[in-house]
Design a protein around this ligand. Structure first.
Ligand SMILES: [Ca+2]
Ligand SMILES: [Ca+2]
Length: 421
């Protein structure tokens, strides 16, 4: 465990993801060398800002500010993918290769200080077998609101058929622990699968959200197959809305367009690794654009978000895709990024440790190696970026009001951020 002050180098929205201003030492080294690292970067950054083009088309977007943090490294995982606090002393972490861990602290995290004790960590048994390939594997985990009574969680993973075609699956299960035994999953009940299964190992998305009114939203990526995002007979490239028991609500918007379409809440999506609901009940998602054009979308019932017909990015081949303004019948993003940020997950912050951040979206960035703050009030804009020096896979708000983040990849740290006093 390390506890170190971490001063982010000055950076603007215009700093390239791999620009010259960043500390290339990695977060651990930055933590140890924070004074030298941040001082050196500050002066280099001024020169760079003058010549770096804006990160997005809107030049009025506020320039992110320096912020000082205390960063505590809690644990290291192999290829962590998602996490969720199930109560005020317990965190579940999934890893892409297929492990799920329970981290339990000896006392509530509420009100915890600059550092927290080392958690007890145990591997959860009876986790379903997963196909770990490309972007696939064990996926998201979220807890039901009555978890403390029922142990009910929802999880997603990737499976393959006997032809090797793959797709995401969502189930609910109970986390149970009997005396003297390790915790395990029981009563695993499949409630949804991506249809059809296809070749390849990309764009599963399979992030989960239980809305305030008790619906289960599932992000279903386009599996890098493009056109299925507009196909009402395929559940790829869609946002799915189910009841919490997995049944299909009668009031979904595409109910008249076929058996599969009854599940759809919105269509025309690409790869959505973040979904969150704000205090007003508005649903927000982000999705990775192709070459350019990462999006933050306000999700409206029954809307078409245009992929692959429109995108503010273009194909990797260089082939152009018309930008959103060319086809106003499709819902355009509220905010978009070129160069891309590669959004990996998103929360909407509500804690009191960062009072200025309340109501803002915080997005964990992969290629941008940052935590990106976006205000959702009035003008939707990026207002801050915390340079982490590592690809950030997942972000959560802890019961302590701290920002918790998982790095991406092997030997990836679970980090806890608080404002530096
Ligand atoms: Ca999460
Ligand atoms: Ca375009």
């Amino acid at each position: 465990m390390t506890i170190s002050p971490f001063l982010r180098p000055q950076a603007s929205a215009g700093s390239p993801a791999h620009g010259p201003t960043r500390c290339r030492l990695g977060l651990a080294a930055c933590l140890m060398l924070q004074t030298a690292c941040s001082d050196a970067s500050s002066s280099a950054s001024s020169a760079s800002e003058a010549t770096t083009p804006p990160a997005k088309a809107d030049p009025t977007n506020a320039v992110p500010k320096d912020t000082r943090f205390t960063v505590q490294s809690i644990k290291t995982f192999d290829e962590p993918w998602a996490m969720t606090f199930v109560n005020d002393d317990t965190l579940l972490v999934t890893t892409q290769p297929g492990k799920m861990y329970r981290l339990h602290w000896p006392q509530s995290l509420i009100g915890a200080g600059a550092s927290v004790a080392q958690p007890e960590i145990v591997e959860i048994g009876n986790v379903p077998d997963v196909v770990f390939e490309g972007q696939g594997g064990l996926g998201d985990v979220i807890a039901a609101p009555d978890f403390s009574d029922t142990g009910l969680i929802y999880l997603s993973w990737v499976e393959a058929d006997d032809k090797g075609l793959s797709g995401a699956v969502v189930a609910h299960a109970r986390l149970v622990e009997e005396a003297g035994q390790a915790p395990r999953l029981a009563d695993i009940t499949r409630i949804w699968e991506q249809t059809p299964k296809v070749s390849g190992a990309g764009h599963f998305s399979h992030k989960l959200l239980l809305s305030e009114d008790g619906h289960l939203f599932i992000t279903s990526g386009d599996r890098q197959k493009f056109d299925p995002a507009q196909d009402m007979e395929k559940s790829l490239g869609k946002i799915i809305r189910l009841r919490s028991d997995g049944s299909v609500p009668a009031d979904n918007p595409f109910s008249a367009q076929g058996e599969l379409a009854r599940q759809f809440w919105s269509i025309g999506h690409r790869n959505l690794l973040g979904i969150a609901q704000d205090a007003d009940g508005v649903l927000w998602t982000h999705e990775m654009g192709p070459k350019g054009g990462d999006e933050l979308n306000r999700i409206e019932r029954g809307e078409n978000y245009g992929w692959p017909i429109v995108s503010n990015g273009d194909h990797y081949s260089g082939e152009a895709i018309p930008d959103h303004p060319a086809r106003p019948e499709f819902n355009a993003p509220e905010l978009w990024w070129t160069p891309v940020i590669s959004p990996g997950s998103m929360i909407i912050y509500s804690g009191d440790r960062f009072p200025d951040w309340q109501g803002q979206a915080i997005i964990s960035g992969l290629s941008s190696e940052a935590l990106i703050r976006v205000t959702l009030e009035d003008k939707i804009a990026e207002v801050g970026r915390v340079d982490m020096g590592k690809r950030m896979r997942e972000v959560e708000e802890g019961p302590d009001g701290a920002i918790w983040a998982l790095e991406d990849g092997a030997n990836a740290d679970l980090l806890r951020l608080l404002p530096k006093q």
